[in-house]
Structure formats: structure tokens, C-alpha cells
Design a protein around this ligand. Structure first.
Ligand SMILES: Cc1cc2nc3c(=O)[nH]c(=O)nc-3n(C[C@H](O)[C@H](O)[C@H](O)COP(=O)(O)O)c2cc1C
Length: 183
């Protein structure tokens, strides 16, 4: 999933570009309904133990996946609130269990500026570690100057980034194979 609600999000473009580089045997399903996840509220959780519909959809998608790939924007040197909110829901006990615990996760991100979401990814990793996710340590991928990497249709227009994404996705497939806990 991409941690942005923006229609022309660089991070959504990046996620699709990463999916296109998935190695043989790996299928990426893009979760694109983050806007339907309400603000976390323990009262809401108590009233609906299975979670509101938007949360159930997110949780079901994560629980069904062998791994979770997150493309994060950077807001004020941290992960955006919409993404943190989704992770807060996912961190809770549910009929599907705590779905981030022991789940292989890889993070990447794109920003318009020169730092490519370094601080957002650091804060995202901190949250994921707290939730017990198994976060791929390397390679890292910080996409700076995002406007120069995609064309007007949001298609990747940077062969060097394409090669990096291909290596990144191969590493993620290997990471899942290495750390996945048998069901
Ligand atoms: C509230 C806000 C804070 C931002 N803070 C940062 C920042 O700390 N570092 C940075 O590189 N870009 C920052 N940006 C710019 C984002 O990187 C840029 O809006 C980017 O396009 C967001 O990702 P998206 O295209 O996937 O929506 C900020 C943008 C917003 C709206």
C-alpha cells in the first residue's frame, strides 16, 4: 500500500512501478482503500470488535498476504498520519490476530525533494518494529526528486530506478522466503 490519499501520488506510482518489477512467483495486490479507514478510536473498536468495514478490508488484505510492501511519503520528517492511523488499527488484536506480528514487510518511498523520505522511512520502521513486523533491513530505496522519475501519466521514466526496483523486489521475495513464519 501507499501511504498517500493523493490521486497523483508519487508513492502510488512508485508502488505500481515496484509491482511491475516483482520477480516470477510473486504477485502484488495494491490496497487502494486507505481513505475508507476511519480515525482510530478505542470506543469505535469496543463498539465493533470486528472493526469498521474499512478496517476489515485492510486487515483481511494484510492477513491474506505473505508480505506487506509500503511506499511512504514524508510529512514533516515522519510518516503521514493516514499511514500511521492504518498501522494503529493493524496493530490491534482482531479476529485475524495481530496481523503485523511476524509479517515480512518492506518499505520504500518517494518525495519531491532531495532526501527521498529518509526520515519518514526511519519513523515507519520504528512503528513497524514496535508492532512486531519483520522489516527487511536492506536494500533501502529512497526516491528523491520524484517529479523527474515519472512521466505525466505516472509511468516510470528512469531506467536506473527501474533496475533498483527490480533488485529491491528480488530482495523482498528472498526476505519473505527467509523469515516467513509457517502458517
Ligand atoms: C504536510 C506536508 C508535509 C511535508 N513534509 C515533507 C518533508 O518533511 N520532507 C519532504 O521531503 N517532503 C515533505 N512534503 C512534500 C511531500 O514529499 C510531497 O507532498 C509528496 O508528493 C507526498 O507524497 P505523494 O506524492 O505520494 O502524495 C510534505 C508535504 C506535506 C503535505
Amino acid at each position: 500500500m501507499a501511504g498517500s490519499l493523493r490521486r497523483a501520488s508519487w508513492n502510488r506510482h512508485l508502488l505500481h512501478a515496484a509491482a511491475a518489477q516483482a520477480p516470477a512467483g510473486m504477485t502484488i495486490e495494491v490496497f487502494d482503500a486507505l481513505a475508507a479507514v476511519p480515525l482510530f478510536d478505542e470506543d469505535l473498536e469496543l463498539a465493533q470488535p470486528d472493526g469498521p468495514p474499512g478496517v476489515r478490508a485492510l486487515r483481511t488484505a494484510v492477513a491474506a498476504a505473505d508480505g506487506l510492501l509500503i511506499a511512504t511519503p514524508e510529512y514533516n520528517h515522519a510518516l503521514p498520519g493516514v499511514l500511521k492511523n492504518a498501522l494503529d488499527w493493524l496493530s490491534r488484536e482482531s479476529p485475524q490476530g495481530e496481523v503485523l506480528t511476524e509479517r515480512p514487510v518492506a518499505v520504500l518511498g518517494a518525495s519531491g525533494g532531495p532526501w527521498g523520505t529518509r526520515l519518514a522511512q526511519a519513523s515507519l520502521r520504528q512503528v513497524l518494529h514496535t508492532c512486531g513486523a519483520l522489516v527487511m533491513p536492506s536494500p533501502t530505496l529512497f526516491v528523491a526528486h520524484a517529479a523527474q522519475r515519472f512521466d505525466a501519466q505516472g509511468q516510470l521514466a528512469d531506467p536506473a530506478l527501474q533496475a533498483s526496483l527490480s533488485r529491491f523486489m528480488q530482495a523482498f521475495a528472498a526476505w519473505i522466503g527467509r523469515v516467513a513464519v509457517p502458517a
